[in-house]
Design a protein around this ligand. Structure first.
Ligand code: UDP
Length: 246
């Protein structure tokens, strides 16, 4: 099965390596490629807003970003291959862009973070052509920003504005038919710049990155409350499926 439905969001059932290759293949054909990395928080927000749900389901690729989505797919007896995070894909595509000297546009995060991101790109990925760098607290409309990005002719656009703003911006670029890989990466610039530390490997292995982040930044704790609501909704879906299959 190539699509897995979790509370209305249609996830692509690929391994991380398959996502990488399929996205690059589409890019090499010059097709506008919009990638959504959806976590439980995004699924819950999309459930409450038909327009957002439709926007996600019209994306070219939807990856399961978070162990919660993997658990949900198991509960629904339609398992997904593996967790594929925005941050890991971002790192992979940046490496690729460096190797191939691609044009990259980065938009999002606080001004001091984007400045630190710029420095890090210069040292870590010196062959990348940074054709745009913009913090995520702009006053213009996303239509104006989309046009600005379009004019810069990037091969890759990474938007770190949080959901749904980043996806709305990328969706506009997709409609403008920008022949690029366009991906929302949430808080990735904060991590990449060193502003926020990624969880130690042990936390990553145990799929407890969310816990590490919440411990370091208690204001995130209330966002975790979404998880029990998410699991409750999945259980309800499991029951509904059982009833229709009998
Ligand atoms: N952000 C932004 N503009 C805004 C709101 C948020 O650039 O108007 C940035 C924020 O600075 C952070 C990122 O968007 O770098 C979202 O981070 P969050 O931790 O919410 O994302 P997650 O990874 O949880 O989706």
């Amino acid at each position: 099965m190539s699509k897995v439905d979790v509370l209305g969001v249609q996830f692509d059932n690929y391994s991380e390596e398959e996502f990488r290759q399929k996205i690059l293949a589409q890019f090499s054909e010059k097709k506008p490629t919009f990638v959504v990395t959806a976590n439980p928080e995004i699924v819950m927000k999309a459930r409450e807003n038909q327009k957002l749900l439709q926007m996600i389901n019209e994306a070219d690729f939807v990856t399961p970003d978070g162990i919660g989505v993997i658990k949900a797919a198991n509960m629904l007896q339609t398992p997904l291959s593996e967790r594929v995070t925005g941050y890991d894909l971002f790192e992979f595509f940046m490496k690729q862009a460096n190797r191939k000297e691609y044009r990259v546009y980065l938009v999002g995060a606080k001004p001091e973070v984007i400045t630190a991101v710029n420095k890090k790109v210069q040292t870590k990925y010196p062959h990348i052509h940074l054709v745009g760098l913009k913090d995520g607290y702009f006053e213009e409309s996303i239509e104006v920003v989309a046009e600005e990005i379009y004019q810069a002719k990037p091969d890759f656009v990474f938007a770190a504005l949080g959901f749904p703003k980043q996806e709305q911006l990328l969706n506009l670029l997709k409609k403008l038919e920008l022949p690029a890989v366009m991906m929302g990466v949430g808080g990735s610039f904060d991590v990449f710049s060193g502003q926020i530390k990624r969880a130690p490997k042990l936390f990553q292995k145990l799929h407890l990155e969310w816990l590490y982040r919440a411990l370091r930044n208690p204001s995130r704790f209330k966002r975790l409350l979404i998880i029990p609501r998410f699991l409750k909704a999945v259980k309800k879906q499991v029951k509904a499926n059982e009833n229709t299959s009998h």
